[in-house]
Ligand binder design. Structure first.
Ligand SMILES: *Cc1c(COP(=O)(O)O)cnc(C)c1O
Ligand code: SF4
Length: 335
């Protein structure tokens, strides 16, 4: 079966790249010249959480290598069908702190807004693979209620755009939200957590920079990159634009067995991030979500890896090793 040619990134808008993402496991296997024997399990896991991966991200993978660290993050596997003790469907009990539609206020001084219900890529390890997004797509009026609640609580200094992936939303919606938020006097910072500049770097446009850097709120972007191979020239240019507009850039990674659990891999990621003027912020232990146990690294192994990172990298290139725990009012540092 012939597959569509991969269009060059320069002529594809981010919206087109989003629509053209590969969603068919057999197409992904064909593009990467992988054995068809992987198909039945890929299809079975795809039914639990659909495959979705932009073509520009696929281009960074090595053909014929089922263990490619970028592929591992997106390829549905039979392992996901295994139910494992100690892994749940809502490990962070977010269902409980999700009182106002669209808003999660769990941490002192910061509120997280679920800006977009979807992502540009479906990561197999995602802690939100079972999250009730459909119930969480607020209308304009519901956003007004969120803004009023933020306005009434002067302890809140920072708004975090999260998701899903907030950059899956159109710039005009984001522009509107930032305009409303900038009117709340006690807000200082706007933080955006996103994987879109990694998987579809052309997402960063003039109109993105406009809402992100055009208000009085100081912008911070936390990109989510797990491996240095993700950070190609196109990503570098997108990040350079943000940098030029004084957006502070940080990175958050998830520690994943078979993807980035080797010392060399973590060193390469930190070094590449530094080249691109991004500082490593967090290295998250996996949230124990059903279907992700094959990515899990024992806490003592994670700690040993982190200690080796400390021995081999300057302190500012060592991300904090953390875990999120239900009901805690901050991320838990692992020692
Ligand atoms: C991670 C997180 C934050 C931000 O925490 P930082 O330690 O400031 O990065 C805020 N709210 C929620 C619900 C979070 O999960
Ligand atoms: S981009 Fe983030 S929220 Fe979206 S699927 Fe991947 S890990 Fe989950």
């Amino acid at each position: 079966m012939p597959t569509n040619p991969i269009p060059s990134a320069s002529i594809v808008t981010w919206q087109e790249a989003l629509i053209q993402a590969v969603r068919d496991p057999s197409e992904l296997l064909e593009l990467l010249e992988l054995p068809k024997s992987l198909l039945p399990q890929a299809q079975a896991a795809d039914r639990l959480f659909e495959l979705k991966v932009p073509r520009s991200f696929i281009k960074r993978m090595k053909k014929g290598d089922v263990n490619d660290p970028l592929l591992r993050q997106v390829l549905p596997l039979g392992h996901e069908l295994i139910e494992t003790d100690g892994f749940s469907h809502d490990p962070l009990a977010e269902a409980q702190s999700n009182h106002t539609k669209g808003m999660v206020h769990k941490y002192q001084g910061r509120v997280l807004l679920v800006v977009a219900p979807n992502c540009a890529v479906n990561c197999r390890y995602c802690f939100r693979r079972h999250f009730p997004y459909q119930d969480n797509n607020p209308s304009r009026q519901q956003w007004q209620a969120v803004f009023e609640q933020i306005a009434s609580d002067s302890s809140i200094a920072e708004v975090i755009f999260s998701g899903g992936d907030p950059l899956a939303s159109p710039d005009r919606q984001l522009q509107w939200m930032v305009e409303q938020l900038a009117q709340i006097p006690h807000l200082k910072r706007l933080r955006v957590h996103t994987r879109l500049p990694i998987v579809i770097p052309q997402r960063i446009t003039e109109s993105t920079l406009q809402w992100l850097t055009g208000s009085r709120l100081k912008p911070v972007m936390v990109i989510h990159s797990n491996h240095a191979n993700e950070l190609n020239g196109e990503v570098a240019s997108a990040l350079a634009q943000l940098q030029e507009h004084k957006v502070m850039l940080l990175n958050q990674a998830v520690l994943l067995k078979g993807v980035n659990d080797k010392l060399e891999t973590q060193i390469a990621l930190s070094e590449r991030l530094f080249e691109l003027d991004v500082l490593p912020y967090y290295l998250h232990l996996l949230d124990k979500v059903q279907g992700t146990a094959h990515f899990d690294l024992a806490e003592r192994e994670a700690l040993a890896l982190h200690q080796q990172m400390q021995a081999n990298l300057p302190g500012f290139l060592v991300p904090k090793l953390v875990r999120e725990e239900a009901g805690e009012s901050q991320k838990t540092l692992i020692w």
